[in-house]
Design a binder for this molecule. Structure first.
Ligand SMILES: [Mn+2]
Length: 220
């Protein structure tokens, strides 16, 4: 028996009434240009990147940390800064943190579909650092670390806390950083950035189980 094609009403057209087109997903990117009398910062961020980086802040140790942040956070990050380093590293480091915080906020938009929480426990040789964070919309920094006040290149180590505070305040992040133990100052701060990067990657990841915003209030 030979089957013959049966023509239906919709045959011959691609249009299927009632079928909804998937909404286009907005790219999770941000571009920040921030200029004050003290610094000028240019930043490009892609949350769905692969760790590509182009960093030149004028503060070598901060560059080292931001490269780690991009790599371990799986984001693409470009950051250039021209700051008043003839004063010290304070304004440049803080303003890079503010710009990164603004970029995170911009790239996340209304935070639809993100996992929201992130945590990491990262060893760095003799140092162990724990970071827990929440894109709650309620900026808060808890910073439990005793970092000797000294210079790593032209980076003042007390600026690590200021950097993370700036990120948390501008991005609406609840951020807890605990150094459980450690001694080498370079390791203490590097452990923080790596743990922050891993926790960040978890929190901003799109979670297919999350419909809308991961909050019983419906907004973050
Ligand atoms: Mn290092």
């Amino acid at each position: 028996m030979v089957r013959t094609k049966t023509l239906t009403k919709s045959a011959g057209t691609n249009h299927k009434p009632g079928r909804k087109r998937k909404p286009a997903v907005a790219a999770r990117v941000a571009e920040i240009k921030r200029t004050t009398a003290e610094t000028s910062v240019q930043l490009k961020l892609n949350l769905d990147g692969s760790g590509k980086h182009k960093i030149a802040t004028g503060v070598g140790f901060l560059d080292h940390m931001l490269v780690l942040l991009a790599r371990h956070g799986f984001v693409d990050l470009e950051m250039q800064a021209q700051g008043d380093l003839e004063v010290d590293s304070h304004h440049t480091v803080e303003d890079c943190g503010l710009a990164l915080g603004q970029a995170l906020k911009q790239a996340l938009g209304d935070k639809t579909g993100i996992h929201r929480y992130g945590e990491a426990l990262i060893p760095m040789d003799e140092t162990l650092v724990q970071v827990a964070l929440d894109f709650s919309g309620r900026p808060f920094l808890v910073f439990h670390a005793e970092i000797p006040k000294l210079k790593l290149g032209n980076f003042d180590t007390e600026m690590a806390e200021e950097f993370f505070r700036a990120v948390a305040m501008e991005s609406g992040l609840t951020l807890h950083i605990n150094v459980l133990y450690g001694s080498n100052v370079h390791h203490l701060i590097e452990g923080m950035f790596k743990a922050f990067a891993r926790a960040l990657a978890q929190a901003v990841a799109m979670d297919s189980r999350v419909h809308g915003v991961m909050s019983s209030k419906g907004t973050l």
